[in-house]
Design a protein around this ligand. Structure first.
Ligand SMILES: *Cc1c(COP(=O)(O)O)cnc(C)c1O
Length: 426
């Protein structure tokens, strides 16, 4: 065992798992566990592959911050020319701290507050993806009072069915809270074009996540292209961008990843017909496979006819198994020659706290290190302090060097916001 899929980013050399040219056990000794470890070259490779697939049409890649918002990763992507897509004032602020200029930022999300809208309008970002008529009217009012024009894009719910691994990650079918229903989109777009201090610059969709097939992108893009024509026929000439969202599937287990060339072949001819700049907003595709979570086995035990591996990482470090029943490959960092069927569980006081159930994994002993694969997206970003657990460290690897880029939280951090002497008011 322990000889699973070999990747350039996480090779196994002399029975030890590496990230690029650094053995994972060296990182664990230096920074402790649990620790997220990311390969810089893997992220660069993904961005370059995306650029190459889309090169025949004017395009922009806007990385979706919510997948992983670590500043070190954001800077690395910025150096390669990526923009970002943010869904909150906090993410807008993080993007600015990482050095993104407003013209490299798209702001989406179904429930932006007035304060968040003001921050985005004042900064002068590339576009606000507007998700309802009432939001659009608020944007116009705020832009007028700030005397700053707002560039908006209409997020359309294209009502395209997708086949994803979990219902919670579908977003573009009728009856979802996201976007403006397709039958209303033309009216809302024309309203946007007519409201004071609003410029309609784009049309946008996002179908969901973990999409393997390019057909839904073709259908959705065709709908946006039709809408673009209808908007132009009504005399509006300001459209610049056609944003087809993110959701590109990757391979965790046996899933088919999205074929980028098939995606490009499905979408590019449509976008070219209307001469708009293609925008994509992937998160998982860029960072998902760039990260592993390194955890140490604390105990082994048998109970109720089952074998348990108790690790020092759990649902507070990696929520996806508990939340989505997601599969993440697990291998011992130092190869173990036997495998066994176990539940890999964490220390959190919840029965739903697991990393793998009924899984054949390396027969690791207390003290051994395990690597949980493909956790670069929605891993650290969903970590919590439940059970007053400190969030672990994040480490970036560049060739034969590594650096802590997010410190492990301290006990002090856990109580930092608590007010020792409350100021009572009445
Ligand atoms: C989450 C999200 C994305 C990215 O989804 P991935 O599956 O990580 O690619 C893109 N756009 C919007 C609007 C999103 O909410």
């Amino acid at each position: 065992m322990g000889q699973g899929v070999l990747t350039a980013a996480f090779p196994r050399i002399d029975r030890v798992l590496y990230c690029e040219a650094v053995p994972l056990d060296r990182i664990a000794s230096a920074v402790g566990t649990p620790a997220y470890v990311y390969s810089a070259s893997q992220i660069r490779d993904r961005l370059r592959a995306l650029d190459a697939a889309l090169e025949s049409v004017p395009h922009r890649v806007h990385y979706t911050l919510k997948a992983n918002s670590s500043r070190a990763l954001l800077r690395l992507m910025r150096d390669l020319g990526a923009g970002v897509e943010v869904v909150s004032g906090g993410e807008l602020s993080r993007a600015r701290h990482a050095g993104y200029s407003p013209s490299e930022i798209i702001f989406g999300g179904v429930g932006k507050t007035e304060a968040e809208l003001c921050e985005a309008i004042e900064a002068g970002i590339l576009m606000l993806n507007v998700e309802s008529e009432s939001e659009l009217r608020v944007v116009s009012r705020l832009a007028t009072s700030l005397r700053a024009p707002a560039r908006v894009s209409i997020r359309v719910n294209p009502d395209v069915a997708v086949d994803t691994s979990h219902d919670y990650i579908k977003t573009g079918e009728r009856g979802h809270k996201f976007g403006i229903p397709y039958p209303d989109a033309l009216r809302v777009a024309l309203l946007a074009a007519s409201l004071p201090n609003v410029t309609l610059v784009g049309l946008d969709m996002h179908l969901g996540s973990m999409i393997a097939n390019s057909e839904p992108y073709r259908e959705g893009t065709a709908r946006l292209v039709r809408l673009c024509r209808e908007i132009r026929d009504a005399g509006v000439r300001t459209l610049e961008y056609l944003d087809v969202g993110g959701g590109f599937g990757i391979q965790y287990e046996e899933e088919q990843p999205l074929d980028l060339d098939a995606f490009a072949a499905a979408v590019i001819p449509l976008v070219r017909e209307v001469g708009l700049t293609l925008v994509v907003e992937p998160g998982r595709y860029i960072v998902g496979e760039s990260g592993v979570l390194v955890t140490r086995v604390l105990y082994r035990k048998a109970s109720g006819g089952k074998q348990f591996v108790i690790a020092d990482a759990g649902m507070t470090d990696l929520l996806r198994p508990s939340l989505y029943n997601a599969y993440h490959r697990i291998e011992a960092v130092r190869a173990v020659d036997r495998a066994t069927v176990v539940d890999v569980v964490g220390p959190v006081c919840e029965s739903g706290d697991f990393l793998a159930l009924d899984r054949v994994v390396d027969d690791a002993a207390p003290g051994d290190l395990l690597a949980i694969f493909d956790v670069g997206a929605y891993g650290y970003a969903m970590a919590s302090n439940y059970n007053s657990r400190r969030r672990g460290a994040e480490v970036l690897v560049e060739g034969d060097r590594f650096a802590v880029v997010t410190a492990r939280e301290s006990y002090e951090d856990l109580v930092r916001l608590e007010i020792d002497q409350p100021e009572w008011r009445s």
